[in-house]
Design a binder for this molecule. Structure first.
Ligand code: DUC
Ligand code: ZN
Ligand code: ZN
Length: 484
């Protein structure tokens, strides 16, 4: 058997186990996994290193306008390069429909933006305007192209769909085998808090965290799940930031909901105290849902370990600390007029490895599951996220012992700060490939612009969930499931 590349002498880590072995790669795919392999036009020595599936970053805002018109600082070139330096072989950013826009046009716009990527990419749609045309014509066309997931918002005046709008989306998604992702925060609770704080003139960045209470997330998570259960639709709760929210997710998973969730590194690494930094520095740490506290961090780690979360994703939402980003509305803008989000696509996996695997909170196998394999299943990436014959050769080779301190100067995104600045992290991705092509090697980019390919996705693999039958839809008793 001939190979284009052989990776030899490393420890291969999969979601199921660890073994010493070699990988043979041919035509962009893994052709052989064996104790030892000879040959290979190129042989890569992985002695002393871990050979893992390249990360799949499934929560990133790249070349995306927010509803208030702020453009993220990273495009598909800088965003994908930064992702690759952070150990990712592919990513699934959002393609955002704002009110009045056609979904077909949104997808065409992102196709043009995505063509610059150095790693493979797909999109989740964000839906903010579910008109009849969107529901009956455009979403089915998007599903047919392999865009099988999308995000809806329960907060933000220009994005929030209301419960009826969510039910419409959930029902259409279910019919097509798509999964609905939800940003769950109670919009009225947040608006009410904003009003109270504004009346007292409390508008500094630190009040952003106060304005979005933990209860607002917990209430909305619970409501989103009940809405999804009514129509038995798969649901993915993005960026869970509270212990209470994670507990509700866990309970409802046990109750049979087709329910998945993620958390993000910033909720593990930072707290609302970071918003108290001097002057406007706190704006760097403004994200929604907001940062919480140390007790929450411990609870989130417990849920990561126990499997409540299928993934830990960055929610890379890069808004610079200048007038193009955080301060588009002025250098001392009140917190409701400062963009929510922070960068983290490069730090996600090094942080999870260092704080998770190296500190003994999760196993190396769990790291692989959380960084690639689980979410590949949930988001229908049928050729990615595994090391097995026939799968894409999307591989990351890590030095598990090297320690590096995060510095802005070493970042590859378009940002002017990193919230992880100064953190010493152990474990460094040394080589990253997508479909057998090396993207990053020993701190150097070796890919060319546009090398990544769009990949269509299948419906979520729901076989491990039992589903939920609302009594009112039980054909033995009432109207029957066709009403859903
Ligand atoms: N939601 C996100 O997922 N990212 C940034 C801001 C937000 O509201
Ligand atoms: Zn969100
Ligand atoms: Zn996000």
């Amino acid at each position: 058997m001939t190979f284009d590349t052989v990776i030899h002498g490393g420890t291969v880590v999969t979601a199921d186990g660890l073994f010493k072995g070699d990988l043979g790669i041919r035509d962009g795919r893994i052709a052989a996994v064996c104790e030892t392999l000879q040959g290979g036009a190129r042989r890569i020595d992985a002695g002393g290193r871990l050979v893992m599936p390249g990360g799949i970053e499934t929560h990133a805002h790249i070349a995306q306008e927010s509803s208030s018109g702020v453009m993220s600082a990273d495009d598909y070139l800088s965003g994908s390069i930064s992702a690759a330096f952070g150990g990712n072989s592919s990513f699934i950013p959002f393609a955002a429909q704002h009110r009045g826009q056609s979904v077909d046009e949104v997808i065409a716009t992102y196709d043009a933006r995505g063509s610059r990527s150095v790693i493979d990419y797909s999109y989740h749609l964000i839906i903010s305007d579910p008109t009849e045309t969107v529901l009956r014509e455009e979403l089915p066309r998007a599903f047919a192209r392999g865009i099988t997931s999308f995000k809806v918002f329960m907060t933000y005046d220009l994005m929030n769909l209301g419960d009826g709008g969510m039910l419409d989306i959930l029902s259409v998604a279910r019919a097509h085998g798509a999964i609905t992702m939800v940003h769950a925060e109670n919009n009225d609770m947040v608006s009410w808090m904003n009003g109270r704080l504004a009346a007292k003139g409390l508008t500094a960045p630190r009040y952003h965290a106060i304005s979005r209470p933990e209860l607002a997330e917990e209430e909305a998570i619970n409501r989103a799940i009940q809405l999804a259960k009514l129509v038995d639709a798969p649901l993915f709760i993005v960026h869970v930031s509270t212990a209470g929210g994670a507990e509700i997710v866990r309970r409802e998973q046990w109750n049979g909901a087709k329910l998945y969730a993620e958390t993000c590194p910033h909720y593990l690494a930072l707290t609302r105290d970071d918003l108290d930094r001097p002057g406007m520095e706190g704006a760097k740490f403004m994200c929604s849902p907001p940062l919480r506290d140390a007790a929450t961090q411990e609870a989130l780690w417990k849920h990561i370990r126990m499997g409540t979360f299928v993934g830990v994703h960055s929610d890379h939402a890069p808004y610079r600390y200048d007038e193009t980003g955080k301060f588009l509305n002025g250098a001392d803008a009140p917190y409701p007029k400062i963009a929510n989000g922070m960068p983290g696509i490069a730090a996600r996996l090094p942080y999870l490895f260092s704080e998770g695997v190296v500190k003994g909170r999760i196993t190396p196998e769990q790291f692989v599951a959380l960084s690639a394999t689980n979410t590949a299943k949930v988001f229908g990436c049928t050729t990615k996220g595994r090391i097995a014959p026939g799968w894409d050769a999307d591989i990351a080779i890590w030095d598990p012992e090297e320690t590096r301190t995060v510095r802005l100067a070493d970042q590859h995104d378009n940002m002017d700060y990193t919230p992880f600045e100064g953190m010493a992290l152990t474990g460094v991705p040394k080589l990253v490939m997508t479909r057998g092509q090396v993207i990053v090697e020993e701190d150097k980019l070796v890919a060319r612009e546009g090398q990544g390919r769009f990949f269509g996705r299948a419906p979520a693999d729901l076989r491990a969930t039992s589903g939920y039958m609302a009594k009112e839809f039980d054909p033995r008793q009432n109207f029957g499931t066709e009403l859903r």
